[in-house]
Design a protein around this ligand. Structure first.
Ligand code: ZN
Length: 249
């Protein structure tokens, strides 16, 4: 998963980058494996604009701290996907409390979000000549979101390849690992980039700058980062951090 790309392997990737823990880890993973990496984000009318603001902060911090990655990191763009806020009714795009719905999914689910994001990313990758699309979805910690499943990604890869007329590769480095292993992966990737202190530096960067909390809370700093500490996203992140620290000690 983190092997450098041999000559006959794809050399470039487009990373779906939200500024959260998972997509930042995916970006570090792509910067380890590919010669050229670009990033794309989406403005889908998310209630808490802090998520979009942190994207630039994380990218800058990565460039500053990891010279090898700075050399590989190319353009970033944010695409307008605000139509999701118009057609959907999610707690991420409307001022409503986070709760479970009758269909068993949390109301933080934005229907078809990843499907739209991947379609837009595939169109951008086509124009930019990027060979692989990397996305930080996980079936292990997926909160029941059907658009994070391996089968969904396989189906999207096939649909996009057929619809675009060339082979589209959707790369999902976090698909089978949980949040504790995601922290562990980030540490390993940082260490690999800079054997002296790089692992801890990448973890510190993720803790300090990435944003995952559904409520947009950034005034409270925990050992695992900023957030309300109570929403499902904070709970997953905090629990993963604790399990990774316990394993490490
Ligand atoms: Zn939270």
């Amino acid at each position: 998963m983190t092997q450098p790309a041999p000559a006959d392997r794809p050399l470039s990737a487009l990373v779906l980058f939200s500024g959260g823990q998972d997509s930042t880890t995916c970006l570090a993973d792509a910067l380890t494996r590919f010669e050229r990496v670009e990033t794309v984000g989406f403005d889908y009318g998310q209630r808490h604009r802090v998520e979009l603001a942190q994207r630039g902060v994380v990218l800058q911090a990565l460039r500053r701290r990891f010279a090898a990655w700075d050399a590989r990191l190319g353009d970033d763009c944010v695409l307008d996907a605000s139509v999701l806020g118009t057609v959907g009714d999610s707690a991420l795009t409307r001022e409503v409390a986070i709760q479970m719905q009758a269909d068993g999914l949390p109301n933080t689910f934005v229907p078809a979000r990843n499907l739209l994001f991947l379609t837009l990313a595939a169109a951008l990758a086509y124009r930019r000549g990027l060979q692989v699309i990397t996305v930080g979805v996980s079936q292990t910690d997926y909160s029941g979101y059907p658009d994070c499943r391996h089968d969904t990604m396989q189906a999207m890869q096939r649909a996009l390849s057929l619809g675009i007329g060339q082979h589209v590769v959707i790369d999902t480095p976090l698909m089978w690992i949980d949040k504790a292993a995601t922290w562990q992966l980030a540490h390993a990737l940082g260490q690999r980039a800079e054997p002296v202190g790089g692992g801890d530096a990448l973890l510190e960067l993720i803790v300090e700058h990435t944003h995952t909390c559904y409520t947009g809370e950034r005034s409270r700093r925990h050992d695992w980062g900023y957030g309300c500490g109570h929403c499902p996203a904070c709970q997953l992140r905090a629990d993963g951090w604790r399990r990774w620290r316990a394993r490490k000690v």
